[in-house]
Design a protein around this ligand. Structure first.
Ligand code: PLP
Length: 400
C-alpha cells in the first residue's frame, strides 16, 4: 500500500500552529497583559433566542414516540429547504426547494464538490482565499491555477479569457480580504463560464454581512447563473452555527454537462457519503430563517460590523492602508514596507498585544498583509483600536 501521494503536494499548514505558539509564548512572558485575539474567524455571540427555542421544542419531539424521527432525508428536511427557498426569494433569486441540499456546513460540501467532475480538471482559485478550495483539488489530483487578487484590482480578479479552467471558485465577500463583487461583476464571470463551458463554485458564507446595498448576496441574481453555478452557504457566521453545524448548497437542475444534471449527481454523491443533518439542528436552522430569527441575526451581524467599524476607524486615523470591514467581518491591512506578514504579525503581537492572522496563510498573494477579525467583544475591539493607535505612533506610516 501507498498513501495518496498528493498529500505531499499540500502546503504545510504550520503557519496557524506558529500563530498559536507565538500567542501562547507571549502570554507566558506577559502574564499581566491580555492578548487581544483578532485572529480567529469564530463567532463570539451566543445563538439567537429564536434558534435556541426551536431546538428546545425539537429536542422534546425526539423524546416522544409520536414525534420521534430516525434517519432523515439525505438532502435535508422539506421544511428547511422551503424556508431557504423563501430566503432566496427575499433576495430576488428564484431557486426551487429541490435544488437546495442541507449540509453540516460549507466546508464539507466545498471539499466534496470537485468529486462531481472528471479528475485531472483545472481549478481557478483566487489568491488569497480560504485555503480549502485549493487543498481539496490538490488532494484529488487536480491542477490549481490562481487568479491574483491584488490592490490593483481591488482584490476582485475578473475573467481572463487566456486562462483555461474548468472549475472557477469565487468567494464573495472574500475571506480574508473582505472584498465583495457587485452583481454586474459577477455577471461577467457567469458569461465567461457559459462561453468557456466552465462551472462556478460560489462561496457565499459571508453574504449576510453585505451592508452597502451594492454588493451581491447570491450569484443567482445574475442571468444564466442557474446553468453554470453552484452556490455554497453556511449558517456558521450568519447565525452563530460554527459549533452547531448547518449549511446548504444550491445545485440547480439547469446545470447540465453532456445532458446529465449536476443536481442528480450531487444527490447521488451526498446519499453515498452523508446521512443528513440532525432533526434538532434542522429545526434550529429553520428558526434562523423565520422573521424573528432573521431580525436577531441582523442584530448579531450588526454587532460584529460595529466592531469592524471601530477597528477600521483606528486604522484610518493612523493612515494605515486597509480593505474590507464594510461588507465583511474581516479587515485586511497592509504591513509596513520591508516586513512580511509573519514578521508584522510578531511585531503587532509584541508591540501591542494584538494577534491577527498573517496574510501568507491564505496564499502567496496574501504576503505583505494581515487579517484582523471583528468576531470579538465590543470591549476587545475598543481596546484594540486604542492599542493600534498607540502602536502606529512608534511605527511610522511613511513605511507603507
Ligand atoms: N467558506 C469560507 C469562505 C469560510 O471562511 C469558512 C469558514 O471560515 C467556510 C466556508 C466554512 O464554514 P463552515 O463552518 O460552514 O464549514
Amino acid at each position: 500500500m501507498e498513501f495518496n501521494g498528493d498529500f505531499f503536494n499540500l502546503p504545510e499548514s504550520y503557519l496557524f500552529a506558529e500563530v498559536a505558539d507565538a500567542v501562547s509564548g507571549y502570554e507566558v512572558l506577559h502574564p499581566d497583559k491580555r492578548v487581544l485575539k483578532l485572529s480567529i474567524g469564530d463567532v463570539t455571540l451566543p445563538l439567537p433566542p429564536t434558534v435556541v427555542g426551536a431546538m428546545r421544542s425539537a429536542a422534546a419531539e425526539t423524546g416522544d414516540k409520536k414525534t420521534f424521527r430516525g434517519y432523515l432525508p439525505y438532502e435535508g428536511c422539506g421544511f428547511l429547504r422551503e424556508s431557504i427557498k423563501n430566503y432566496y426569494k427575499s433576495m430576488g433569486a428564484d431557486v426551487s426547494a429541490d435544488e437546495i441540499f442541507i449540509s453540516d456546513g460549507a466546508k464539507s460540501d466545498l471539499w466534496n464538490l470537485p468529486d462531481l467532475f472528471k479528475r485531472g480538471l483545472t481549478a481557478l482559485v483566487p489568491d488569497p482565499v480560504y485555503p480549502v478550495y485549493a487543498e481539496s483539488n490538490v488532494l484529488k489530483g487536480n491542477r490549481v491555477v490562481y487568479a491574483a487578487a491584488t490592490e490593483q484590482n481591488g482584490f476582485l480578479p475578473m475573467p481572463d479569457y487566456g486562462v483555461k479552467a474548468g472549475l472557477i471558485y469565487i468567494c464573495s465577500p472574500n475571506n480574508p480580504t473582505g472584498a465583495a463583487y457587485t452583481p454586474e461583476q459577477l455577471q461577467e464571470w457567469v458569461e465567461y463560464a457559459i462561453k468557456t463551458g466552465a462551472v462556478i463554485l460560489y462561496d457565499a458564507a459571508y453574504e449576510s454581512f453585505v451592508r452597502d446595498g451594492k454588493s451581491a448576496r447570491t450569484i443567482y441574481s445574475c442571468a444564466g447563473a442557474e446553468s453554470c453555478a453552484v452556490e455554497i452557504c453556511s449558517l456558521s457566521k450568519t447565525a452563530g452555527f460554527t459549533g452547531l453545524r448547518c449549511g446548504y448548497t444550491v445545485v440547480p437542475k439547469a446545470l447540465k454537462l453532456n445532458g446529465v444534471s449536476a443536481n442528480k449527481l450531487w444527490y447521488r454523491l451526498k446519499s453515498t457519503c452523508f446521512n443528513g443533518v440532525s432533526y434538532v439542528v434542522q429545526r434550529a436552522a429553520e428558526a434562523a430563517f423565520s422573521a424573528g430569527g432573521l431580525a436577531e441575526i441582523k442584530k448579531n451581524t450588526g454587532y460584529y460590523m460595529q466592531n469592524a467599524k471601530i477597528l477600521s476607524g483606528a486604522l484610518s486615523r493612523c493612515g494605515v492602508p486597509y480593505w474590507g470591514g464594510k461588507n465583511s467581518p474581516y479587515i485586511w491591512l497592509k504591513c509596513p514596507r520591508g516586513t512580511d506578514s509573519r514578521g508584522f504579525f510578531k511585531e503587532l503581537l509584541n508591540g501591542a498585544g494584538i494577534a491577527g492572522t498573517p496574510g501568507a496563510g491564505f496564499g502567496a498573494g496574501g504576503e505583505g498583509y494581515l487579517r484582523l477579525s471583528s468576531f470579538s467583544d465590543a470591549e476587545t475591539a475598543l481596546e484594540a483600536a486604542e492599542r493600534l493607535e498607540n502602536f502606529y505612533k512608534t511605527h511610522p506610516i511613511s513605511a507603507f
